[in-house]
Design a protein around this ligand. Structure first.
Ligand code: BES
Ligand code: ZN
Ligand code: ZN
Length: 510
């Protein structure tokens, strides 16, 4: 999809589909009245658009709820063939995040109707700053253009060709915001494409190839290491997980160096991703139902690779390195077993209680390795536990951290990305649950209680304490895959965390 800015008056644009946003400006109902009738109000000052829509806004059939649409054919006084009015919800809850969804609704309305071009009228409202709103429009349109049916023989190329953004007075800042939105959303879709691939296509080796190709395209340093390096580094936890698979593992390392070297002592951000390209559970094998979904167990690494793709183009003045630990988790004659004791790269010994708790094992070595490469701040993303979905549902992803200031910096990034993460406890009160009788720690908490936190406590064992290495763990198991279509986004891989991690990285630029 190509997205372009244009300042033409809306009435003069010949397009198959012109869209305009609307909100409900009804005020609180008087006492005793249950619901005030909706007052749909267009977010434009364009007289021709207001005139074309006016007769249809008072019929009561359109309430401007978020994602609701009203289609007018041959709208009077406009050159457009169709006018689509898109609801963004109540006036008081209007932010650029609703606009992101609204732009998605426009695209997902056009796609199945084989409309190839559409135009979005820039929404005008005091709650919608020009640049953030432009970015949200670009992101929403591109995220909505993604579909999961890559392998269907009857897949038509349903992508939108051009989305025109009608802006009353585009400035260079608005153009830059649009370009940033395109970079962020295309990087999110890059991550989604990786996650959508089946396990037989996206093996660890293939993940290495695609990452290296992306890195070469955008000027990142990239090395893809084999099992020899994993053994040489004494990554005993990572090696244990991969040993039951016939597919070779991949240890992927990327670096982003800013054009002007940051002053000595500046932070080096370490991004670490869980890249299990298929998780059977291993010897502690998973039930057959839904096991097919475990191809998405590399979504944490896809988020990091997607973020690196965006960082390479946005060029913040901060050093970033990325470590991806990728392998399969398979049962086999050589597979690791419950009861085994393995030694991680850090030297800590781990008693394996459950081979299905493999993500924390590969991350243990990934986190430690990133610190030996010079990372001063760590962030990792992983589809780590089913328990995070039990705790937070499919709305918020989990955030765990050893540092309040770093958490605040990530929370500030969420205000830009519009993604939802909820901080969960990760305090030493939970440390006893992973104590082992025969080794330093166990790889599960032993009970179902606080399963997402005990997984985080395990990871924390591999993060420096003195001096403290600020660290954030994102558990995206509940949010990386969407089971149902939404009006603004296809079901399937969500690409969650790419935009937030990128904004967090940018917040360290000096
Ligand atoms: N990959 C899974 C977590 C997962 C579950 C991701 C559901 C997406 C959806 C992880 O490796 C796992 O199996 N975790 C176990 C841990 C348990 C054995 C302590 C889990 O959550 O059941
Ligand atoms: Zn598992
Ligand atoms: Zn897993």
């Amino acid at each position: 999809m190509n997205i372009k800015l244009q300042s033409l008056p809306a009435a003069d644009l010949a397009t198959p589909l012109l869209t305009v946003f609307a909100i409900d400006t009804s005020t609180a109902p008087a006492a005793g009245i249950k619901d005030a009738p909706a007052t749909p109000t267009l977010l434009t000052t364009n007289a021709a658009l207001l005139a074309a829509a006016a007769p249809w806004l008072t019929t009561g059939e359109f309430k401007a709820t978020l994602g609701e649409t009203l289609l007018l054919h041959s709208p009077s006084g406009l050159k457009a063939e169709r006018l689509l009015i898109i609801g963004l919800g109540k006036a008081k809850s209007l932010t650029p995040h609703e606009v992101r969804k609204g732009a998605g609704v426009a695209v997902r309305f056009a796609k199945p109707r084989t409309l190839r071009d559409l135009a979005l009228t820039f929404p005008e409202h005091p709650s919608l700053p020009a640049e953030l709103t432009t970015r949200a429009l670009a992101e929403g349109a591109l995220i909505a253009d993604f579909d999961i049916d890559f392998y269907r023989s009857d897949r038509k190329d349903q992508s939108i060709t051009t989305t025109t953004l009608l802006h009353p007075a585009p400035t260079p800042e608005v153009q830059r915001a649009l370009d940033e939105g395109v970079i962020l959303a295309e990087s999110q879709n890059f991550a989604r494409t990786l996650v959508n691939e089946p396990g037989n296509v996206l093996t660890p080796t293939e993940l290495g190839h695609r990452t290296a190709a992306m890195a070469a395209e955008f000027g990142l340093q990239c090395d893809v290491h084999s099992i020899d390096k994993i053994l040489e580094l004494k990554m005993g936890a990572f090696a244990a997980v991969t040993q039951g698979s016939s597919e070779p593992p991949a240890l992927i390392v990327m670096r982003y160096e800013p054009a002007t070297p940051p002053p000595a002592g500046s932070p080096v951000l370490g991004l670490v991703g869980k890249g299990i390209t298929f998780d059977t559970g291993g010897i502690s094998i998973k039930p057959a139902d839904n096991m097919d979904k475990m191809k998405y167990d590399m979504a944490g690494s896809a988020a990091m690779i997607g973020a690196m793709r965006a960082i390479a183009q946005l060029k913040p003045n901060v050093r970033v390195l990325c470590v991806v630990c990728s392998c399969e988790n398979m049962p086999d004659g050589r597979a690791f077993k419950p009861g085994d004791v393995v030694t991680a790269m850090s030297g800590k010994t781990i008693e394996i209680m459950n081979t299905d708790a493999e993500g924390r094992l590969v991350l243990a070595d990934g986190l430690h390795y990133a610190q030996t490469l010079g990372a001063t701040h760590l962030i990792n993303a992983a589809t780590l536990t089913g328990a995070i979905g039990v705790a937070l549902g499919l709305i918020n992803a989990g955030l765990f951290s050893n540092d309040d200031a770093t958490t605040q910096q990530f929370t500030d990034a969420l205000a830009l990305s519009g993604e939802k993460f909820w901080r969960m406890p990760c305090t030493d009160d939970y440390r006893d649950q992973i104590k082992s009788q025969i080794a330093d720690i166990m790889n599960t908490g032993g009970s179902r209680y606080a399963g997402a936190t005990t997984a985080a406590m395990f990871l924390k064992e591999f993060v420096g304490e003195t001096p403290l290495v600020p660290w954030i763990h994102l558990d995206i198991a509940g949010t990386a895959w969407i089971d149902d279509n939404k009006p603004w986004q296809s079901k399937g891989p969500s690409g969650v965390a790419v935009r937030s991690i990128t904004e967090w990285v940018r917040s360290y630029a000096r």
